[in-house]
Design a protein around this ligand. Structure first.
Ligand code: F0G
Length: 464
């Protein structure tokens, strides 16, 4: 054997910890009780009964000292807060959208834009659905049509841009219903429900040309656009030397407008953005926001929240910050793979997704394999995850039948700047233990189902 040392190149986070929040350790017996009381739905657990919370990266991020310092500079005027103008200028500078309306979170912006752009009987094609996005499109009278590439529905296919739109599917829809019936193309990236999968700039350019030719609006759910920009830098030819900020700006150049849940990329706890280049749409949105959210210079937010968002925009495009964020997700996924645990490939931007169909092949989709798996992981160790399968997919509004999504997943989502590598190791070991005992796991039965976004509030019982 050579005595040469193996040189490993590790990276670490570009920050250190200044404040800590203690978390409660629980026993298995306590967790069994908590899970039962929560109707075996991780959304209904009390946060204090959770050890490592990988439910979501939404609003669960750690803000920087720069953002916290900004919170003290909140101008809480009802009208014309200086923090609004600061945020407006950052939205224009980094997203390239001159017209901006603040909202309290992403779905509020989705509601407003859906009501403005959609007429009863319209169609909205998109690269796979997101729960709240599709619901607001449907409530406004549209039919959502999934036009993502087929590869996105197959967990084990290693396509670098599984979030791409299939132009043939888009063309087919336009031929069938006519361009005038398409309210807008709804493009998201990385695609949450597909496993945090990005689209390529090339695909975006093609979609843009198509939309221009047919005079169809092109809008983006830019909630995690920075993560998409990072993947473009890493994976797409011609982008390795560009900065994240440049790639983001170029991407935004193709869209007429965006909606953003600021609770993700911007590393804040609350906030939403509706921004556009279209003055008419802006004027409509600015008028609607006063009905549903608050005056157009605060949109349901405090001045201090808008200041934290403005500062978050500056921080989100920092390469080392996004590199550490996605690097941690990758570390998590790789560790799970070492145990042979089935996950969605490639590993996504904000989360690792377990393939519950493969993990629990003996549980039929009607008995909610992903919901079951999320429950079992929580009971094993107190790690909280989220179902992203048949429960999340809901029902077809026309037929009332379950949607049966091809992907039946459990999402383990990493909040930004919150957990250490040791937390990840503990989560991996817990999931590995559940995997070892998978044959003894039985499915669930739904005993309560709310009308909208059922995954948030549905209740289950264990099958005997
Ligand atoms: N669009 C995407 C892609 C999202 O992931 C979310 C929220 C929204 C819109 C809605 O934004 O929550 O601020 O109203 N996703 C969270 C999640 C809930 O856990 O993935 P919101």
């Amino acid at each position: 054997m050579s005595d040469k040392k193996i040189i490993k190149k590790s990276w670490a986070e570009p920050f250190k910890i200044k404040v800590v929040e203690p978390i409660k350790m629980t026993t298995k017996k306590e967790r069994e009780k908590a899970a039962k009381e929560a109707g075996y739905n991780t959304f209904l657990l009390k946060s204090e009964d959770v050890y490592i919370d990988l439910l979501t990266d939404s609003g669960t991020n750690a803000m920087s000292d720069y953002q916290w310092a900004g919170m003290m500079l909140g101008d809480e005027a009802y009208a014309g807060s200086r923090n609004f103008y600061h945020l407006e200028s950052k939205v224009a500078e980094y997203y390239g959208m001159p017209y901006f309306v603040p909202t309290h979170q992403g779905r509020a912006a989705e509601h407003i834009i859906s009501q403005i752009l959609i007429k009863q009987g319209d169609y909205v094609p998109g690269n796979m659905y997101f729960t709240t996005t599709r619901l607001h499109q449907e409530l406004a009278g549209a039919t959502f049509v999934d036009v993502i590439i087929d590869e996105a529905h197959v967990p084990e296919i290693e396509h670098p841009f599984k979030g791409n739109i299939d132009l043939k599917k888009l063309d087919k829809l336009v031929k069938e219903v006519g361009a005038s019936k398409i309210a807008y193309i709804s493009m998201a990236g990385p695609v949450n429900m597909a496993g945090g999968q990005p689209f390529s700039m090339k695909n975006l350019q093609e979609v843009f040309e198509f939309a221009k030719k047919h005079k169809i609006r092109l809008w983006m759910d830019a909630t995690r656009a920075v993560e998409n920009a990072y993947f473009i830098k890493l994976r797409e030819k011609g982008y390795s030397k560009k900065t994240i900020r440049e790639i983001l700006f170029e991407m935004m150049g193709y869209f007429e407008g965006i909606w953003v849940s600021a609770k993700k990329d911007l590393m804040v706890n609350i906030g939403g953005i509706l921004a556009t280049k279209d003055k008419y749409v802006f004027e409509e949105a600015r008028n609607m926001v006063v009905v549903y959210e608050g005056l157009h210079t605060y949109g349901g937010l405090a001045g201090r929240d808008m200041e934290a968002m403005a500062r978050g925009i500056e921080e989100m495009v920092d390469f080392d910050t996004i590199h550490a964020r996605i690097g941690q997700v990758e570390y998590f996924g790789q560790k799970l793979e070492e145990y042979g645990i089935p996950i969605v490939k490639p590993i996504g931007g904000h989360a690792v997704f377990l393939d519950a169909k493969k993990f629990l092949p003996h549980i039929p989709q009607d008995n909610f394999p992903a919901q079951t798996l999320a429950t079992e992981i929580y009971i094993n160790s107190g790690v909280r995850s989220m179902e992203r399968g048949i429960v999340s997919a809901g029902r077809d509004p026309k037929t009332g039948n379950h949607h049966y999504p091809k992907l039946e997943l459990v999402r383990l989502t990493l909040p930004r700047r919150v957990y250490t590598q040791a937390h990840i190791d503990v989560a991996v070991e817990s999931i590995a233990e559940v995997f070892e005992n998978r044959d003894s796991i039985k499915g669930l039965r739904m005993v309560y189902e709310p009308k909208y976004l059922r995954f948030f509030q549905a209740r289950f019982e264990k099958l005997k």
